[in-house]
Structure formats: structure tokens, C-alpha cells
Design a protein around this ligand. Structure first.
Ligand SMILES: [Zn+2]
Length: 285
């Protein structure tokens, strides 16, 4: 019952967002060729049933900012420009250039995003990077720590880059300027032994792999507060939580700008960012 309601609502969204034949503006300049695909994308953005990370999800709003960034367009999923940019991406990556978002296209996006994380590539190669020497770590100041914090340390050069990022965000995003909680850190460097002990104690390791070799052991990964859905945690992976975060001005700014400061995203966790300049933990800042 509720699923047919969802489908109906998706169609309503599609009609509203695609705007039918009356739509105009720079996101609709090629409407003749891609209008139908835009309509289909607008519906699937809210209603597509799929399981990109194992559990069922509906729609792909949680990934929209990253996808738009990759396609070099601010246009929404219901627009002809988005569809034509998507077709170009599909063509470039050996997929049929349908202009329609689907799970296969998402897997290509996801592969690109993961390849930009040196930690992930090290893991793919079978390695687990060593933590940095303790003298390369620096303490956050109190105003940088989120109330839900797990840790207080980051590698010093990463901490410097984080501070430059926050200063820029405050200058460029009114939402961040107005709310000191935004972009505070709730997890930075995590000592591998303490991580393993906590996972054993809480019986919540999200698989042994993550407990044994978390990116947080490098001192280059940060969990940033980007807002939270009502009733859900700062690091809740539920679709409602991740969708909420993806809609915030803070997250959208990070997607567009964090790279300027050396940070790259992790698609499944809007709060988790990794510093990828001078990534090697043996690097002495
Ligand atoms: Zn994290």
C-alpha cells in the first residue's frame, strides 16, 4: 500500500520538478532531446527501489550532490541538462548513453569516488596503513570538537588543512557562519588498539575488517558534523539520515569545495572525509 503511495508521490515530484513543457532556464536549454529522460530521472530520484550498499533504499537523493559535482552541473535530476550530462558520462565510461540514472551507472560513479581514496586503494592492495608516529598528531581545540566526539587528535598537517577549510566555509556559507556546531569534528585519529577494544566491548564492529583497519587509524580521516535528521545520530547510515545530510548547504559546499583543501568524500557517509594530499603516514609535515 505505502509503496504504491510512494510511486504516486514520485510521479507528483517528477511532474513538479520536471515542470512539463513550460520549464525554462539554463537547465532546460536542450529540452527537445532530453525531456523524457529528465522526467524519468525525476521519478527515480525519489522512488527507485535498489540496494547500492546491501540494504534496500528508495531513490538516490543522498548521492545527488556528488553526482552533480561529477557531472559538472548544478541542474536537478529532473532536467534535460542533467540527463544529457549523464549520457555523456555514460558514454565516456563505456555504458549505453541513455541519460537515465540506474544502478550500473552508480557503480561507475562509486568506483571513481573510491579510487580517489588512497586508503581504499591500499586496502585493495592488501595493505593496512600504519598509524602515524604520535609526534605527528595534534590536539583539536575545544571549539573544534563536537559534543558527540570519539577522539581529539588529527595528524597536524590534516588539522591545518581542516582549519583552512572551516575558515573558508564560514566565509562562504551563511549556514556555517551562523552555527558553530557545523563542521565540528566528532572523530579524527583513532588508535587501532582502542578501536579494536571498543568494537569487542560493544559487540558492534560492522564486520571485523572495519574494526581491524579503519581509515581513522591514519590520522587523516575526519568525521564532520553536517547536520542530523530529527531523532537520528550524527553518523546514522539510515537512508533518511544520509538524505537529510545530503540536502544541507554545508554538505553541498563540502562536495564542491573540500577538494580545494585536500579532502575527498566517502559516498556512503556524508560526514566522513579523508585528506589525500601527502597521505602517506610516514610523511613528516
Ligand atoms: Zn569516519
Amino acid at each position: 500500500m505505502w509503496r504504491s503511495l510512494l510511486a504516486f508521490l514520485s510521479l507528483c515530484f517528477a511532474l513538479v520538478f520536471a515542470g512539463g513543457a513550460r520549464a525554462a532556464g539554463p537547465c532546460h536549454t536542450n529540452a527537445d532531446g532530453w525531456q523524457a529522460q529528465g522526467l524519468a530521472n525525476a521519478a527515480s530520484a525519489y522512488g527507485m527501489e535498489w540496494a547500492p550498499f546491501g540494504a534496500a533504499e528508495w531513490g538516490w537523493q543522498a548521492y545527488l550532490p556528488l553526482i552533480q559535482h561529477e557531472l559538472h552541473t548544478p541542474c536537478g535530476p529532473g532536467t534535460p541538462i542533467f540527463a544529457s550530462q549523464l549520457a555523456g558520462f555514460q558514454q565516456t565510461h563505456g555504458l549505453a548513453p541513455t541519460g537515465l540514472f540506474d544502478a550500473a551507472t552508480f557503480q561507475v560513479f562509486r568506483g571513481l569516488w573510491q579510487e580517489r581514496r588512497p586508503f581504499v586503494m591500499a586496502r585493495v592492495g592488501g595493505a593496512c596503513p600504519e598509524p602515524p608516529p604520535i609526534n605527528q598528531l595534534g590536539y583539536l581545540v575545544a571549539s573544534e570538537e563536537h559534543a558527540d566526539r570519539l577522539t581529539r587528535l588529527l595528524r597536524r598537517d590534516v588539522l591545518d588543512a581542516y582549519r583552512r577549510l572551516v575558515a573558508a566555509a564560514r566565509a562562504e556559507v551563511p549556514e556555517v557562519a551562523a552555527n558553530p556546531e557545523l563542521l565540528q569534528i566528532f572523530s579524527g585519529f583513532r588508535d587501532p588498539e582502542a578501536d579494536a577494544a571498543r568494537c569487542a566491548q560493544q559487540g558492534n564492529c560492522d564486520g571485523l575488517r572495519r574494526a581491524v583497519c579503519s581509515p581513522h587509524r591514519t590520522g587523516t580521516a575526519v568525521d564532520l558534523y553536517v547536520g542530523q535528521a530529527p531523532g537520528l545520530g550524527v553518523d546514522s547510515t539510515s537512508p533518511a539520515s544520509r538524505e537529510h545530510m545530503a540536502r544541507t548547504a554545508t554538505y553541498r559546499w563540502l562536495v564542491a569545495n573540500a577538494g580545494r583543501f585536500g579532502f575527498t568524500p566517502y559516498v556512503y557517509e556524508p560526514w566522513h572525509w579523508e585528506y589525500v594530499r601527502s597521505w602517506d603516514p610516514s610523511f613528516a609535515p
